[in-house]
Design a protein around this ligand. Structure first.
Ligand code: CU
Length: 66
């Protein structure tokens, strides 16, 4: 089941890719998609703790479930 999270600080495709790869590093096998206009990250295969850690370490701000 995919979960949606809000992440602030992403401004371009490079930011989106950074967040995606950080989450996949934290949770190998996860599927991740980023929607920049709504600052929403959809993740399947990682729990919220892993997503928060990855987002924080990539330099963005994890705001919680969307
Ligand atoms: Cu960017």
């Amino acid at each position: 089941m995919a979960a949606k999270y809000l992440v602030s600080g992403m401004t371009c495709g490079g930011c989106a890719r950074s967040v995606e790869s950080a989450i996949k590093t934290e949770a190998p096998g996860a599927s991740v998609s980023v929607d920049l206009p709504t600052a929403t990250v959809t993740v399947d295969g990682a729990d919220e703790t892993q997503v928060k850690k990855a987002v924080d370490e990539a330099g963005f701000t994890f705001l919680g479930a969307a």
